[in-house]
Design a protein around this ligand. Structure first.
Ligand SMILES: C[S@@+](CC[C@H](N)C(=O)[O-])C[C@H]1O[C@@H](n2cnc3c(N)ncnc32)[C@H](O)[C@@H]1O
Ligand code: SF4
Length: 384
């Protein structure tokens, strides 16, 4: 059996409040009725981090991601205080990528300078669309002009590593509208674009009452193909199912997830995955979802919603679910080091997938073909 070798480590920090809950969103996010308790939340984050520290003694953190919710609701001083506390307790790599998610409806003058001074070096904007009708139907709190203005504010503050989240297959959207969304995104010259197909998630308003005018499957497919081509032409290379980047601007934090790397998850409802070298185990840990419940318990075992040790039998599927999203696929050596299993554990399934034209081998790497990407669910199903 190969040894399980702890892979690179990331830190995910969940900030759970939003101005308003969007009807399509199933993230652990809550409309804030009054200003959220930023200071108390940061105190709780530090306690939560301290509680999890024994899981990662001595390891270096290569990326930090403030996700939400709407992290840009938090004042820069709160982000700064958290990052200072984290740097005092963890070894942060000097070149660590530090991302903060921002909703354009919360952008204020001066905020981005503060985030930059705190050490944030990447902003991920939830743009969704530049069409004001689409934005209204999505229940967004901003229009397209505000979105453009927010991106420019961040650029003026010196942020050159920006991601724009766009969604497609939106209610009322046709091919030309999806193209125009991309053109307006390109005009802002972001380093990265995430292009997600709108999905109707259980437990959302859209699931109960689907919006009118949703594109059918054929149109959604046409939009996806056309947009993929436009993104490539504009210099954004697709490297994952929904992620496109200029050269050298892939998201290090998300790449680490997809490469089956490790991450500590702190904050309400945050998920983590940690390889415990000494025990030769992989631990998944998640925190209490509700902000008030989590805050009251942070720093104690009661804040942990659950711990799950991933048996060797489950590891190939988990690994593939992530790795096969990536155009680069994976190295056989990485499979062995990150699952603690010999390649023989997946060799037969890989052969089958190669025979069907879904995967291809190239030296020590295995990667999905265009056909394999199209039938991703079937490919992954082989490893269940
Ligand atoms: C946690 S949100 C981050 C940013 C911030 N909260 C905002 O919305 O402005 C992450 C992204 O996931 C995408 N997303 C959320 N719900 C989705 C859904 N049902 N289908 C497709 N993409 C979705 C959106 O593009 C969103 O920007
Ligand atoms: S602002 Fe973002 S996290 Fe908040 S509800 Fe909307 S999509 Fe979800």
């Amino acid at each position: 059996m190969p040894d399980l070798v702890p892979p690179p480590l990331s830190l995910y920090v969940h900030l759970p409040w939003c101005v308003r809950k969007c009807p399509y969103c199933d993230f652990n996010s809550h409309a804030a009725r009054e200003p959220p308790p930023f200071e108390a939340y940061v105190d709780a984050l530090v306690r939560d981090l301290e509680h999890d520290l024994p899981l990662v003694w001595g390891r270096t953190v290569h990326s930090v991601f403030f996700g939400g919710g709407t992290p840009s609701l938090f004042p820069p001083e709160a982000i700064d205080r958290f990052l200072q506390a984290a740097a005092a307790r963890l070894r942060l790599a000097p070149d660590a990528e530090i991302t903060l998610e921002a909703n354009p409806g919360t952008a204020e003058h001066g905020r981005f300078d503060g985030y930059r001074a705190a050490g944030v070096n990447r902003i991920s904007f939830g743009i969704q669309s530049f069409d004001d009708g689409c934005l209204r139907r999505l229940g967004r709190i901003h229009d397209s002009r505000e979105a453009e203005a927010a991106v420019k504010l961040a650029q003026d503050a010196g942020f050159d590593n920006l991601n724009l989240d766009l969604m497609y297959a939106l209610p009322g959207q046709d091919l030309a509208m999806a193209e125009r969304d991309l053109e307006r995104a390109f005009a802002l010259q972001p380093a990265h674009i995430s292009h997600y197909q709108l999905t109707l998630e259980p437990n959302t308003v859209f699931h109960v009452r689907p919006p009118e005018g949703l594109p059918d499957e054929d149109l959604a497919w046409d939009i996806q193909e056309r947009c993929q081509a436009l993104l490539e032409q504009a210099g954004y290379a697709q490297y994952e199912t929904s992620a496109y980047a200029r050269p050298g601007r892939q998201c290090a934090h998300n790449l680490n997830y997809w490469r089956y790397g490790d991450y500590l998850g702190i904050g309400a409802g945050a998920h983590g995955k940690i390889t415990l070298g000494a025990e030769q185990a992989i631990l998944r840990r998640w925190k209490q979802r509700h902000p008030a419940t989590w805050m009251a318990a942070a720093g104690s075992a009661a804040a942990v919603g659950g711990d799950d040790r991933i048996d060797p039998e489950r590891r190939p599927f988990e690994f593939m679910l992530n790795a096969l999203r990536l155009h680069e696929g994976f190295a056989v050596a990485a499979f062995e080091a990150r699952t603690g299993l010999p390649y023989a554990a997946i060799a037969a399934q890989v052969e089958q997938a190669v025979a069907r034209g879904w995967l291809e081998r190239d030296g020590g790497r295995i990667r999905p073909t265009a056909l394999g990407r199209r039938f991703a669910n079937d490919v992954i199903g082989l490893f269940l």
